[in-house]
Design a protein around this ligand. Structure first.
Ligand code: PGA
Length: 256
């Protein structure tokens, strides 16, 4: 099996720094993290970082097993008059291996919906920047028993794209940054549902990783990563501390 095949068998742990950090703190974080993750050979690793620091992080991580990635990407593909935007081609140019697409904070604060997100997803594919599609329901949607319907609607952007691989991060909005984690039963049910949706949208041959996100930390990571159909974690707050991020990576390394 090639390295390219093996990564679809591994657990993935991706950090999402959001709008945090400065040059000095980023360098310290990475310098303290790297020596702690030498053993984590069985885990696919990455950090999504503020665009302005992407090149710096890519340089700091060169030669390591950690991918650098972006937290967002423009809906526009070509260079032009799009003030403030960063295209998928630019992300690729500075070494980004992946980009988050449709994080709930983008959906909430920037009104991103399926039409825009499908464009972003496709531009990433064109530039060989791996899109990580973030999905998840709000508390009101879960309480109204709409969680599966919402997730199915968010996954619909994958239809008719002829994909051979898909990476999704399931992040219930009510679990992000709140300390409130979905139960193992809730995670198991939703991840199985997401798998079935991806298979019916993309066909049986598609390679799939479904990550869980929302208040993953050093204490709960092992339990979450042991749930069926949980292929890894997308980690916000706990990825900003080298010790807690390293502990989550270690939990992924030893997870079945
Ligand atoms: P959190 O964020 O781990 O701080 O809850 C996760 C995310 O938003 O990706």
């Amino acid at each position: 099996m090639t390295e390219g095949d093996v990564m679809w068998q591994r657990k993935w742990v991706l950090g999402n720094w959001k709008m945090n950090g400065r040059l000095a703190t980023i360098r310290t974080l990475l310098t303290e993290l790297l020596p702690q993750i030498h053993d984590a050979q069985q885990v696919q690793l990455g950090v999504a970082v503020p665009t302005v620091y992407l090149q710096e992080v890519t340089e700091c991580l060169s030669g390591s097993r950690i991918w650098s990635g972006a937290e967002d990407v423009s809906q526009f593909a070509n260079d032009g008059a799009y003030t403030g935007e960063t295209s998928a081609a630019m992300l690729a140019d500075v070494g980004a291996r992946f980009a988050l697409v449709g994080h709930s904070e983008r959906r909430q604060y920037f009104n991103e919906g399926n039409a825009v997100l499908r464009q972003k997803y496709q531009h990433c594919l064109s530039e060989r920047v791996l899109p990580i599609l973030c999905i998840g329901e709000t508390l009101a949607e879960r309480e109204a028993d709409q969680d599966e319907a919402v997730v199915a609607q968010q996954l619909a952007i994958l239809a008719d794209l002829s994909l051979d691989s898909v990476v999704v991060a399931y992040e219930p909005v009510w679990a992000i940054g709140t300390g409130q984690v979905a139960t193992v039963a809730q995670i198991a049910a939703m991840h199985a549902f997401i798998y079935s949706q991806i298979l019916s949208l993309c066909g049986a041959g598609v390679k799939i990783r479904v990550l869980y996100g929302g208040s993953v930390n050093a204490q709960n990571a092992a339990d979450i990563l042991a749930v069926a159909h949980v292929d890894g974690a997308l980690v916000g707050g706990a990825s900003l501390q080298p010790d807690s991020f390293a502990a989550i990576i270690q939990a992924a390394q030893t997870a079945e």
